[in-house]
Design a protein around this ligand. Structure first.
Ligand SMILES: NC(=O)c1ccc[n+]([C@@H]2O[C@H](COP(=O)([O-])OP(=O)(O)OC[C@H]3O[C@@H](n4cnc5c(N)ncnc54)[C@H](OP(=O)(O)O)[C@@H]3O)[C@@H](O)[C@H]2O)c1
Length: 397
């Protein structure tokens, strides 16, 4: 009897253990499902925190950046060659002018070369008598065309000179406009703000290696805090999420942070290339050109809160020239930090959004981006080794 009862107890014990195991399995799979559900969008707490961050930046950016001079004093940088995309307007125009006045060789990479040439003429006249003529030139680049990006990179790399700083500044925020697609078939915010700059950065690696220590600076935005990237639907066409220009803009900016984080990890330390994202702050520029006239008027009425383009250029100029930035990037790399360097509008390093720390998604963004811009998955490694890499896009296709 005693042995019977002990064996039945053992049996019950085993059953209980099995039940517990099953319960744990169920809990795990429920959590797994929750995890998958969460990945379909930001949690509402995360979303709320993101908006609070944006509002805080808008209200207090001037206070938090009050330690900075305007214009930001720059060291002599006669030995630097810098490409600045979108330098015919707003923040990019200020970045190009100030870097050129500090002695750098500037390439204005723009979609409207005439506007850039007119600006150079004006800047040379204003600068006359203050030093050597500014060393600026213009090259055509339309980020709405991946062919144009490849042509630009091929033309620049063919010079076999060094590139010290690539500033991916050009960007769009077509507020309130319906969804539009590039001729390459990508949602326009995703292409101009993320895909095309990503392709440009990778194709210019041979020149950045020649210019090493060199930097890739991405003019990002505090708006990425409310962004979410669905890697199965980067162009927001599946109907799972309703498209708005805000969704288009914030997803593209988050995708840029995530892609930059993986690029930062994949570049070998010996290549000496730092990858940095920056927030310029909330800046009064042509970015608001698509806002309704009444909202634009309101926008112009709050200059106390909103930075001028000169103020908005400071974090990028800091990231491009401060000697401590490469050390900071190296430190993040050594610590295997999940995200790349992110410099805030007050020129202080800050943590990008919670979602940008999701490494699994970052790697998916990386893979998907390479696929969408027509590059092989080992493009970075091969270019760093000095090998040729074929791109689906470009003049020769
Ligand atoms: N202003 C803000 O509050 C703010 C806040 C956060 C982040 N940002 C970011 O800062 C960057 C600069 O924006 P901004 O405020 O200075 O705006 P902006 O005055 O509108 O300047 C944008 C620049 O990008 C260029 N661009 C647009 N589409 C292009 C294309 N397809 N190919 C090549 N160039 C193109 C524009 O060229 P055109 O001159 O020919 O139009 C312009 O030079 C953007 O990445 C933006 O997302 C701005």
């Amino acid at each position: 009897m005693a042995s019977q009862s002990s064996s039945s107890e053992k049996g019950k014990g085993k059953e209980k253990e099995k039940e517990k195991e099953e319960e744990e399995e169920n809990e795990k799979s429920v959590e797994g499902v929750k995890e998958k559900v969460k990945k379909k969008g930001l949690g509402w707490m995360e979303w709320l925190r993101g908006w609070m961050y944006i509002i805080y930046e808008m209200l207090f950016q001037r206070i938090s950046a009050s330690h900075l001079q305007n214009p930001m004093p720059l060291p002599p940088i006669n030995d630097l060659t810098c490409i600045v995309t979108g330098s015919t307007s707003g923040i990019g125009k200020e970045i190009a002018r100030q870097l050129a006045e500090s002695g750098a060789h500037i390439i204005m990479a723009v979609r409207n070369p005439k506007a850039a040439n007119d600006l150079i003429k004006k800047w040379q006249e204003e600068w006359s008598g203050r030093g050597l003529p500014l060393n600026i030139e213009v090259m055509e680049l339309d980020l709405l065309s991946l062919d144009s990006v490849v042509r630009f990179a091929e033309a620049w790399n063919a010079r076999t000179g060094p590139l010290h700083v690539l500033i991916n500044n050009a960007g769009i925020f077509s507020i309130g406009e319906p969804q539009k697609f590039s001729k390459d078939g990508n949602e326009e915010h995703m292409q101009v703000n993320h895909l095309a700059p990503a392709l440009l950065s990778i194709l210019l690696l041979p020149s950045l290696v020649r210019g090493s220590p060199s930097r890739i600076i991405n003019v990002n935005s505090v708006m990425h805090y409310v962004g979410f990237v669905d890697t199965e639907d980067m162009n927001v066409v599946s109907g799972k999420r309703k498209y708005t220009s805000l969704v288009g803009y914030t997803s593209s900016k988050l995708a840029q942070v995530m892609f930059s984080s993986v690029l930062h990890k994949r570049l070998p330390a010996e290549a000496g290339i730092s990858v940095v994202c920056v927030s310029p702050g909330i800046v009064q520029t042509n970015v608001a050109r698509d806002l309704p006239k009444i909202v634009q008027a309101g926008y112009h009425l709050i200059p106390y809160f909103i930075f001028s383009a000169e103020e908005g250029s400071r974090s990028t100029l800091f990231a491009a020239t401060d000697p401590q930035v490469p050390e900071y990037c190296e430190m993040l790399k050594a610590d295997e930090w999940p995200v790349c360097a992110f410099i805030s509008q007050d020129c202080r390093p800050t943590n990008p959004s919670e979602e940008s720390h999701n490494l699994e998604t970052s790697y998916k963004v990386w893979e998907k981006t390479l696929e969408m811009v027509g590059l092989p998955s080992d493009a970075v490694e091969r270019l760093i080794e000095g090998e040729e890499v074929e791109c689906k896009y470009g003049a020769s296709q």
